[in-house]
Design a protein around this ligand. Structure first.
Ligand SMILES: NC(=O)C1=CN([C@@H]2O[C@H](COP(=O)(O)OP(=O)(O)OC[C@H]3O[C@@H](n4cnc5c(N)ncnc54)[C@H](O)[C@@H]3O)[C@@H](O)[C@H]2O)C=CC1
Ligand SMILES: O=C([O-])CC(=O)C(=O)O
Length: 329
């Protein structure tokens, strides 16, 4: 029996991440080889023509799973019946900025989009916010969607998670598939806490394999946390293909699950886990099963980890206060 197509909406579809993302979605890498996809591309009016050009290229790939493409500048139309919403469209930072500096420029995008999702999305909608500052933009979107379960709104820290895996591979020579239980806690910002205390490499403690606390504290953590700025410095533009790759990973894991014995990292709406105030969108260690993320419970946090998580969560609280002051929630 033919499977009906999933509606996947990508905002900012004519941007750099959109260009790296849409072709992977249409080829089946997001939802798997058995699910046809109907793509909805949302753009602001000046970029609709560029989105049309991207759609022409998508057509020219003749992807068997691509059921059709709609292009619109209207959020209500973009999110009508949507199953997977990828909220990418937002301004990227430039050299010298922190992601939080984008709040006033970008925050206003996510309330109306949350409201449009609330009004028209499919019952099983899953939302991934990529546009920065991603955690707080997801908080804004969720606040405007009271009828959508809060656990359907997530923010992307999978890129940070993948960066942590890559740094650990470089340091130890381990295969990526042998590295497990790495965690990104907190905000997708320089305050994030990439945590190796629970991580294993080939079943052994990653900290034991590395055997160099100073490297973890002074090299690993800042390299992962400041990787976005390093890419901007080197490339003259913020990361795009690796961000699109992480978005594909995030949704694929959400839908298809985490491997036995492992977990990933995602920004999810806190229910008070690990002392993170309820309602904030914070990155946690999460497993995925049955199409839902669950925060890994009962991990022991040492003093250093506790302090790092608290510092990043304090920044999320500040961002929440800022969006309240701006009248965005
Ligand atoms: N969470 C993460 O790990 C990462 C997040 N990002 C963020 O993703 C966002 C997008 O980055 P790029 O694609 O490089 O930027 P870009 O500037 O190349 O593209 C953004 C696109 O969004 C569109 N747009 C702006 N307002 C919109 C609206 N209201 N509705 C629909 N579309 C709208 C623009 O017309 C543009 O085409 C930025 O905020 C960037 O900082 C980037 C990398 C990683
Ligand atoms: O750093 C930036 O502005 C873009 C981003 O979020 C990342 O690369 O992690």
């Amino acid at each position: 029996m033919p499977v009906s197509p999933a509606v996947v909406t990508v905002t900012g579809a004519a941007g750099q991440i959109g260009y790296a993302l849409l072709f992977r979605i249409a080829s089946g890498q997001l939802l798997g080889p058995d699910t046809p996809v109907r793509l909805r591309m949302l753009e602001i009016p000046p970029a609709v023509k560029a989105a049309e050009g991207v759609a022409m290229e998508l057509d020219d790939c003749a992807f068997p799973l691509l059921d059709g493409i709609d292009i619109t500048d209207d959020a209500t139309a973009a999110f009508d019946g949507v199953n997977v919403a990828l909220l990418v469209g937002a301004r990227p930072r430039t050299a010298g900025m922190e992601r939080g500096d984008l709040l006033s420029a970008n925050g206003g995008i996510f309330g109306p989009q949350g409201a449009a999702i609330n009004a028209g999305a499919a019952d099983d909608v899953r939302v991934l916010v990529v546009g920065n500052p991603a955690n707080t933009n997801a908080f804004i979107a969720a606040a405007h969607a009271p009828d959508v379960p809060a656990d359907r709104f997530t923010a992307m820290t999978r890129l940070d998670h993948n960066r942590a895996l890559a740094q650990l591979r470089q340091r130890t020579g381990a295969a990526i598939d042998d590295i497990r239980r790495v965690t990104i806690w907190g905000n997708h910002s320089a305050t994030q806490y990439p945590d190796l205390t629970q991580a294993t490499i080939g079943g052994r403690s990653a900290l034991g394999v590395v055997d160099d606390q100073a490297w973890v504290r002074d090299t690993f953590i800042p390299t992962v946390a400041k990787r976005g700025a390093a890419i901007i410095e080197a490339r003259g533009a913020s990361s795009a293909a690796s961000a699109a790759n992480a978005a594909v990973d995030h949704v694929h894991t959400w839908v298809h699950g985490t491997p036995e014995g492992d977990w990933t990292s995602a920004g999810v709406v806190s229910r008070g886990e690990y002392g993170v105030p309820e309602g904030l969108v914070s990155s946690f260690p999460v497993t995925a099963s049955g199409g839902a993320f669950t925060v890994v419970p009962d991990l022991e946090l040492d003093e250093f980890s506790r302090a790092r998580i608290d510092a990043s969560v304090a920044e999320l609280v500040e961002e929440r206060e800022a969006v309240r002051a701006l009248g965005l929630v």
